[in-house]
Design a protein around this ligand. Structure first.
Ligand code: AMP
Length: 451
């Protein structure tokens, strides 16, 4: 990307432009499901006291370098970054490096610090819904622009932000949301990566254990073994799996505090009846995580990209970004993947029951007969829509046959509006389901169309 205005390249006359690889258009047959997911999430979050935060889509690159971690895949190879000269007044002044957000926790914590939300002394419960950008190899369930629905609970220690109750509440809320959306086969994978001190000890143990075997591993893992051994545990490299499974386990390096914290999270989940599976390799791809980490996976619809959402605790993140001590925990749901799962479930249900999903039709289609009736048709549509009906208007240039055919496809009724109807305010209405055609006075029309 570049911020210097250049002349747009001359486009050959007939070339068609397409959405960039890894980005998608969501058309009106898809967006109702997206809106349903988002409104369900908003309703669930509201019951738990979360308020919405909207942060900018781009931030200073340094925020992600410091917050997410230089050595992570996201920062080292997936960010869309550019040099912005807008603020540099003199040619000698350094351009600012900006990045399209690859995730929203860093931006949310930056906003928490910038707006001094901690000074209220209250726990902040924040949620967001919006696009994220990562330069990943596109495939089903993995895009370069994708949506996340996420939430963060953060606050000064005195607000109880470090309490294991918060971890369990977040996980129980996610179970509730997935249940309310009708996701059937979710599985919660849970781990604790300990405090930052525990991780220093564990990293040292990993590094030592990797020394004699790392030369047998793939190039990426050899590098990680040196720079950030914890990342080796995320590796999907088939050939390296056996070595990785035999490495030391984080559970054996947890301090008493971290262990007690993790036990309390599990106890609260048990009390709520939220099932979970312990996964000692779940360290997640971002550097800021401490203690509880988790992922929800599904078996329907996603293939290899089966992680529906991920999250964890990040007690040191605010300080890493220059803020006050503010423990927190959060998650991000991959909305694209959630939708793919719901679509796959609906397809499986339809196949099992032999039905096809139905779309809601217009209550009525108004067919003006002759262009002179177009204004009256629009005025009638305005009144009926105001009464809460879903109305489509045809056009006076259409032949009656075409109006009937279109109306039959789109609507439950057709209203014919000719000169006579306009003058008498009595309309010819046909109900497609029954084939019945009657004259309906205006005063009875709204009621007639509701049925
Ligand atoms: P992360 O921010 O990496 O913890 O990811 C949280 C969730 O976002 C994942 O579990 C996925 O569901 C989703 N996600 C991450 N990267 C992508 C991507 N490139 N395309 C679609 N969804 C993604």
């Amino acid at each position: 990307m570049s911020d210097t205005p250049k002349q747009a390249p001359k486009t050959p006359a007939r070339s068609t432009l397409k959405a960039v690889r890894g980005t998608r258009d969501l058309l009106p047959d898809q967006t109702p499901l997206w809106n349903h997911v988002e409104s369900t999430a908003r309703a669930v979050f509201a019951r738990y006291g979360f308020g919405e935060i909207r942060t900018p889509i781009f931030e200073a690159t340094d925020l992600f370098a410091r917050g997410v971690g230089e050595e992570t895949d996201i920062v080292s190879k997936e960010m869309f970054t550019w040099e912005d000269r807008a603020r540099a007044r003199a040619a000698s002044e350094k351009a600012q490096s900006l990045t399209l957000r690859p995730e929203s926790t860093a931006g949310t914590v930056r906003a928490y610090i910038e707006h001094k939300l901690g000074e209220t002394g209250q726990l902040q419960k924040l949620y967001y819904i919006g696009p994220q950008f990562r330069r990943e190899r596109p495939q089903r369930g993995r895009y370069r622009q994708f949506w996340q629905i996420g939430a963060e609970v953060i606050g000064p220690q005195s607000s109880g932000s470090e309490s294991p109750l918060r971890d369990a509440e977040i996980l129980e809320m996610l179970a509730t949301l997935l249940d309310e959306l009708g996701i059937r086969d979710w599985r919660l994978e849970l781990n604790s990566v300990g405090s930052s001190e525990d991780r220093i000890r564990y990293n040292a143990a990993l590094r030592e254990a990797l020394q004699p075997v790392k030369h047998l591993m793939c190039e990426d893992n050899q590098r990680r073994a040196e720079t950030n051994p914890l990342r080796v545990l995320d590796s999907k490299d088939e050939a390296d799996q056996e070595i990785i499974n035999n490495l030391p386990k984080i559970a054996d390096y947890l301090s008493d505090d971290s262990r007690t914290h993790f036990e309390a999270v599990k106890d609260a989940l048990d009390a709520c009846g939220v099932p979970y599976h312990l996964n000692p390799r779940l360290v997640r791809g971002l550097d800021y995580y401490t203690r509880t980490t988790f992922e929800f996976t599904v078996t329907t619809g996603l293939g290899t990209q089966n992680a529906l959402l991920g999250g964890g605790r990040y007690d040191g993140l605010s300080e890493m970004l220059g803020g006050p001590r503010a423990p927190g925990i959060g998650f991000a749901i991959g909305e694209d993947r959630l939708i793919l799962t719901l679509q796959a479930q609906a397809e499986a249900d339809a196949a099992a029951s032999g039905t096809t999903p139905t779309t809601t039709k217009f209550d009525a289609y108004i067919a003006p007969i002759g262009t002179a009736q177009n204004p009256a048709a629009l005025a009638l549509a305005r009144e009926l829509r105001a009464a809460g009906l879903k109305i489509e208007v045809g056009d006076g240039t259409f032949k009656l046959r075409k109006s009937f055919d279109t109306a039959d496809t789109l609507a439950r009724h057709i209203i014919l509006l000719g000169e006579d109807e306009a003058a008498t305010k009595t309309y010819t209405v046909k109900t497609f389901a029954t084939g019945e055609q009657t004259k309906v006075p205006r005063i009875e029309l709204t009621e007639k169309l509701r049925n």
